[in-house]
Design a protein around this ligand. Structure first.
Ligand code: GLN
Length: 291
């Protein structure tokens, strides 16, 4: 019978060269917790405890997949975002902690929305797993939330996530680059949010293989000739579909803060604010539609 300590050791040996020590420890804890049902705190406190043979075998299988660079979230099939559980698979980007910061900013700004007696109408563009739309709906139960995505497969997962989390969200399949007209009954939103693709080919060279080799390219990469193509489309779309003084929230490429602000002010947004993420990188923007 293997002990918890033995399992940690085999993670360290198998994943050396794939992940650093800290990442390996986080992954080992996630896998052990899921497979054994023992809490992370107990796993750390009782390293000499043994784990059943059946669990050991499952963990061996997972280690083989992890060695290929496949993200642990795809192997386990789910992840946590803003305190909620989300199914994820290669059709959906794995939700990132920076995006939790964007959700936090929106929730803090809610009181700035005019007509707070009326429900807040929210649109999420490029919803992926649905993590932004669903977290907002859970925290603003009266909000009317719509989410769109180009990918039918992503929307399938997002719908499952809405059910799992008990959040009512309307999902629509739509390509933002193809049409600026929303295929929905709600046309006027108080908040529009988007975390569109923003990774350039140059950024891609610096990215970890477990991102570039496994996550959906359509959710990550932008064409080299126009890295702001999605922001142009979203700004045009938002100008049409935001209510007076409505708010636009965007996750952005850290290297294009200035350019994104310029683009938004050219398209009649005002009070544009830029915020850094927890790593100190320019990561999100809030802008107001000029009335
Ligand atoms: N922040 C993500 C990453 O660096 C990219 C998300 C996106 O393109 N919207 O992997």
């Amino acid at each position: 019978m293997k002990t918890i300590k033995d399992v940690f050791l085999s993670f360290r040996q198998s994943l050396a060269g794939v992940y650093d020590t800290l990442e390996t420890e986080v992954i080992a804890l996630l896998v052990l917790e899921e497979i054994t049902g023992i809490s992370r705190a107990k796993l750390k406190a009782f390293p000499e405890d043994t784990i059943p043979g059946e669990a050991s075998e499952k963990i061996e299988g997972i280690l083989i997949e992890l060695k290929t660079g496949k993200p642990v979230q795809y192997i386990l099939g789910h992840t946590e975002f803003y305190g909620l559980n989300f199914l994820v698979n290669p059709a959906t980007l794995i939700p990132r902690p920076e995006t939790e910061e964007l959700v936090e900013w929106i929730l803090q700004s809610k009181k700035l929305v005019p007509n707070s007696q009326k429900p807040v109408y929210v649109l999420d563009i490029g919803t992926g797993s649905g993590c932004i739309a669903i977290s907002l709906k859970k925290n603003l139960p009266d909000a009317v939330v719509t989410a769109i995505d180009i990918s039918a497969d992503a929307l399938h997962t997002a719908k499952q996530n809405a059910v799992i989390n008990g959040a009512e969200v309307t999902f629509i399949e739509q390509d933002i680059l193809e049409s600026r007209e929303l295929k929905s009954e709600s046309k006027n939103f108080d908040i529009i949010v988007s975390n569109p693709p923003y990774v350039t080919l140059q950024d891609k060279l610096l990215m970890h293989k477990n991102v570039t080799g496994f996550e959906p390219h359509s959710a990550l990469f932008v064409p080299e000739h126009n890295p702001l193509i999605f922001y142009e489309a979203i700004a045009d779309f938002a100008i049409q579909h935001l209510s007076k003084n409505g708010l636009l929230f965007l996750e952005i490429n850290e290297n294009f803060g200035k350019e994104t602000i310029e683009l938004l002010s050219d398209k009649y947004f005002i009070n544009i604010e830029l915020r850094k993420d927890m790593s100190g990188r320019d990561r999100m923007i809030k802008a107001v539609k000029a009335s």
